[in-house]
Design a protein around this ligand. Structure first.
Ligand SMILES: [Zn+2]
Length: 286
């Protein structure tokens, strides 16, 4: 081959290698990925850990959702799972609804070593709302990814250190912001903020699980109204994309405010969502 053509070809190959998956963001319409993360917190962690490796990371559930309890996969999401090399899961039952599609895939359940809190049935799956549990999940993910891709193990552990530092400063930010609240009791309308409360020494005074499509009973509402009144709780919390009807009724009766928290599970930077949650709680209960 002529030297000049060879040089041109080599340059083209290099350019392709740089642009192919170098950004690691998974391009729409292409279901093929090396690593597929089911939720935003898992995705953000996987992208951070594999930064600089050229591995292509995809996010399975990328639209704005409150949580995954009523979620159904689309055909293209099923295709993404089928075409991915390795699936990273949030775990603790959050992905139960897609178990059939995941069966047979190589999977990493990144929450399997965590100290859990009790939930509705079994362990509460919303661990990522505690930065320190997120850090533990990151450590496990790094270990497993390092074993899977030994050629990138050093890079991954370097990335892990940087990611953990970000989580530690988020924890510090929350502890500082929420240290002297006049009320430390959260009333929420999704059973999802226990880990958040645990992380920042708050208590859950009530967590009403409002199923979409079903109205809470008058008795349930009255119980929450009296908790809010007795404890003089200044605000109750709904979540982004969640039901708000019950919260409005409680607020109207008890004379408190309604504020919105973010489950930080989809389509938004985790750190931004968490800092905003902390700011909102501080302002509402300060
Ligand atoms: Zn949930």
């Amino acid at each position: 081959m002529n030297k000049r053509i060879f040089a041109l070809l080599l340059a083209a190959v290099l350019v392709l290698a740089l642009t192919g998956c170098a950004k690691k963001e998974h391009s729409e319409g292409n279901p093929k990925t090396d690593l597929l993360a089911t939720t935003q917190p898992v995705y953000q962690l996987t992208c951070a850990l594999t930064d600089g490796t050229g591995l292509c990371v995809g996010l399975l559930i990328s639209e704005s959702v409150s949580c995954l309890h009523d979620y159904t996969l689309t055909v293209s999401q099923m295709e993404m799972i089928e075409q991915s090399g390795l699936v990273l899961e949030s775990g603790l039952g959050l992905e139960n609804f897609m178990e059939d599609v995941l069966r047979g895939k190589t999977r990493i359940d990144i929450s399997r070593n965590l100290d859990t809190l009790p939930g509705e049935d079994g362990a509460d799956p919303h661990w990522w709302l505690d930065p320190m549990r997120y850090k533990q999940a990151a450590e496990l993910a790094a270990q497993e990814l390092g074993a899977q891709y030994p050629e990138f193990a050093d890079q991954i552990s370097e990335n892990l250190a940087a990611f953990c530092e970000k989580l530690s400063s988020l924890q510090d930010y929350g502890e500082q912001a929420l240290s002297d609240l006049s009320c430390r009791q959260l009333v929420t309308f999704h059973d999802g903020f226990s880990y958040f409360a645990d992380a920042f020494s708050l208590t859950i005074a009530a967590a009403m699980e409002v199923e979409s499509g079903s109205e809470p009973s008058a008795k349930e509402l009255e119980e929450i109204i009296s908790i809010v009144e007795e404890n003089q709780i200044p605000a109750v919390f709904t979540e982004v994309n969640g039901e708000t009807g019950a919260a409005e009724v409680v607020a109207g009766e008890a004379g408190c405010a309604v504020r919105t928290l973010d489950m930080a599970i989809s389509n938004r930077d985790y750190f931004a969502a968490m800092r905003q949650n902390i700011d909102i709680v501080k302002e509402a209960l300060g």
